[in-house]
Design a protein around this ligand. Structure first.
Ligand SMILES: NC(=O)c1ccc[n+]([C@@H]2O[C@H](COP(=O)([O-])OP(=O)(O)OC[C@H]3O[C@@H](n4cnc5c(N)ncnc54)[C@H](OP(=O)(O)O)[C@@H]3O)[C@@H](O)[C@H]2O)c1
Length: 243
């Protein structure tokens, strides 16, 4: 059964990792996927987009003008928007005392301010149809204060809090907003983590394995589809069960 037939989905950070898995899963379920990436001309990406029928959109979340241009491009390519996945994110590791204001702001720009600006613009488009699903990719780092995660974890905690406000304010227009908090997931970002810290989180989970990007993509599919039609304002932890 295809869960997203006839739907248009916007996925940020679609060129690799969790975003790529979400784009592929949504495509397999019948959605038209607008794949937002920083470099649509990158070799590997161009081939993947052409083969899979993805519509590439240039988007740099750290650049307010780029967000405006991306919204224009999305509206030119798609008359309506049904699903938005704010997946793109920037990792940062460093002790609180050693974190510069510049680094803190850079992390918030990509993980919080950019997604909020994009969501403000695209939720207006969704509201016209009185329907839509927005999925914000947060992190268990928003909930677990391991040393060295202040900037990244705080930006994701802010995204979770924004998810709740968005859900409360947009519910009346038929738009649902939820977040996923993945644990350690097998992508380039996890490879950047301190190996011992990553292993500690995996060992603390009931399932005792690192997530694959497809594990997270399937949760995004549930939240994007009508299967979750009465679910909004929630954070689903996909961390193998850190209880
Ligand atoms: N992997 C994990 O263990 C884990 C755990 C919890 C949560 N997450 C979250 O899951 C999401 C996906 O992470 P991932 O593991 O797939 O990471 P990843 O492999 O490092 O990919 C990050 C993606 O974000 C994009 N991105 C970074 N800065 C951007 C910017 N300024 N504008 C637009 N796009 C930008 C990257 O684009 P480029 O290719 O151009 O750099 C890339 O597509 C992130 O929000 C991350 O915080 C990951």
């Amino acid at each position: 059964m295809k869960l997203l037939d006839g739907k248009t989905a916007i996925v940020t950070g679609a060129n690799r990792g969790i975003g790529k898995a979400i784009a592929e899963t949504f495509r397999a379920h019948g959605a038209l996927v607008l794949a937002c990436v920083r470099d649509p001309l990158a070799d590997g990406f161009q081939d993947w987009a052409a083969a899979g029928g993805y519509v590439p959109i240039r988007l740099d979340l750290a650049d307010a003008d780029s967000i405006k241009e991306a919204v224009k491009a999305i509206r030119a390519q798609a008359p309506s928007v049904d699903i938005l996945v704010n997946n793109a994110g920037l990792a940062h590791g460093g002790l609180f005392q050693m974190t510069s204001q510049a680094d803190l702001r850079a992390v918030f720009e990509v993980n919080f301010f950019g997604p909020v600006a994009l969501t403000q613009a695209l939720s207006r488009v969704m509201a016209r149809k009185k329907a839509g699903s927005i999925v914000n990719i947060a992190s268990t780092a928003a909930l677990i204060a391991d040393p060295g995660t202040m900037a990244y974890g705080s930006s994701k905690a802010a995204l979770i809090r924004a998810t709740q406000s968005m859900a409360a304010e947009l519910g009346a227009t038929g738009i649902r907003v939820n977040a996923i908090a993945p644990g350690v997931t097998n992508t380039d970002m996890a490879a950047q983590m301190d190996a011992k810290a990553a292993q500690k989180l995996v060992e603390a989970s009931a399932l005792k394995r690192m997530a694959e990007p497809s594990d997270i993509a399937d949760v995004a599919l549930f939240l994007a589809s009508d299967l979750s039609r009465h679910v909004t304002g929630q954070v689903i932890r996909a961390d193998g069960g850190i209880v």
